[in-house]
Write a protein of this length. Structure first.
Length: 350
DNA sequence: AATAAGGACTCAGAAACGTAGCG
DNA sequence: ACGCTACGTTTCTGAGTCCTTAT
């Protein structure tokens, strides 16, 4: 009962020393927000370090660039053989990247192909800045495919460096920071105040999706995906037909009104128009659903929503556009993010 | 001072579960 | 009404991060 008392009564921040519900989470996002203030100098710093005379610093600077730009994981070394052969940034091997001086009209392209956490494949082609490209060429020189790309670098060394740049900063903070800032930017860019709730929710999902893609959160295509897509398409087709019929209905009613000019016929016109409008809205909603579903085929939104996105951004967005929070967070999630729902106003900025 | 071992905590996707809506 | 199914939610369990401590 003691636990229960703690949970219900004490964990609201009123009692010093008793952590409030979600405090750990809150702290995590506060660290990420502090990174926002210094990220520019950090970027300037690693740019400079690309030109460093020390190989170790060069490697650290390029790795950090990947972690920042591509939201790669740190990549600790782990015992060989015992575990699956997966890598992160610092444990990348020569065989995991290919360099293209130009590709598809872009310059200095790095092609990544490796297995990351949980053996999820990371495949990406990225145009990088010229010094990075040249550094990579240098790091790969005279090496076998199975050699470490960053042979001078460890996660410990990298994190020590980051700790010096900002209190509490580690490699994974970049993931949190970039995920949250991307959500905020995308929401700003995609939300149209004129849209109805369904349209705004689609925008939210798209912003969420941009983050999931950045963090490489994948899922296998659900077994029932093709089937349920078909069903949805059938619904759309049926609805289209209904809309057409309703259009004819309107026309018919209008013709009748022209002939008779009586009030009853006029009321009928209004009725038919209303019906048409309702059906058109339903059709639009279905189309939105279909788009959303297709775009989401292989992307898992849950992980970023739960672990990377500062919930206050979402809460603020909901408040600003009058979206009920239940449309985004289910009951469990609302409990998890209760602190944020409580804390954030519509003008919260990450 | 560098490295290894261990462990707390966080993150990852999918299987299992429950239920609302459908015919 | 009644079973079915598709879907959202919860649970499960393993993987990865990063810190502390021992050597």
């Amino acid at each position: 009962w003691c636990k229960g008392w703690n949970k219900d009564r004490a964990r609201d921040g009123k009692y010093p020393g008793v952590p409030f519900q979600g405090e750990k989470d809150w702290q995590k996002y506060e660290v990420a927000r502090r990174l926002k203030d210094v990220v520019h100098t950090i970027r300037a710093q690693y740019r400079k370090d690309w030109k460093s005379k020390e190989l170790k610093k060069q490697q650290r600077a390029v790795a950090l660039y990947f972690i920042d730009k591509l939201a790669l994981r740190a990549g600790n070394e782990k015992e060989e053989g015992e575990t699956a052969d997966t890598v992160g940034c610092c444990s990348l091997r020569v065989e995991h990247i290919q360099l293209h001086r130009r590709l598809d009209g872009q310059e200095h392209v790095v092609e990544f192909d490796f297995l990351g956490k949980d053996s999820i494949r990371y495949y990406n082609k990225v145009s990088v800045e010229k010094p990075v490209f040249e550094n990579l060429q240098l790091f790969m020189k005279n090496k076998d495919p199975t050699d470490d790309l960053f042979d001078q670098l460890t996660t410990t060394f990298l994190n020590k460096h980051l700790q010096r740049l900002m209190d509490g900063l580690t490699a994974k903070v970049f993931r949190t920071y970039n995920a949250s800032i991307t959500l905020q930017e995308q929401l700003k860019a995609l939300t149209n105040p004129e849209d109805n709730v369904a349209g705004k929710l689609l925008s939210y999902n798209r912003a969420n999706r941009a983050v999931a893609i950045l963090c490489n959160h994948q899922r296998s295509v659900p077994k029932t995906f093709a089937r349920s897509m078909e069903v949805l398409q059938e619904k759309i087709d049926a609805k289209k037909k209904q809309v057409e019929e309703a259009q004819e209905g309107v026309k018919k009613a209008e013709d009748e009104f022209k002939e008779t000019k009586d009030a009853k016929a006029e009321a009928n016109v209004e009725k038919k128009k209303k019906l048409l409008k309702r059906l058109e809205e339903q059709l639009a909603k279905l189309n939105v659903q279909a788009t959303d579903k297709e775009e989401n085929k292989q992307i898992a939104l849950g992980t970023s929503k739960l672990n990377y996105l500062d919930p206050r951004i979402t809460v603020a967005w909901c408040k600003k556009f009058g979206i009920p929070i239940e449309k985004i967070y289910n009951k469990t999630q609302r409990e998890k993010f209760a602190w944020a729902i409580d804390m954030a106003g519509e003008d919260f900025e990450f």
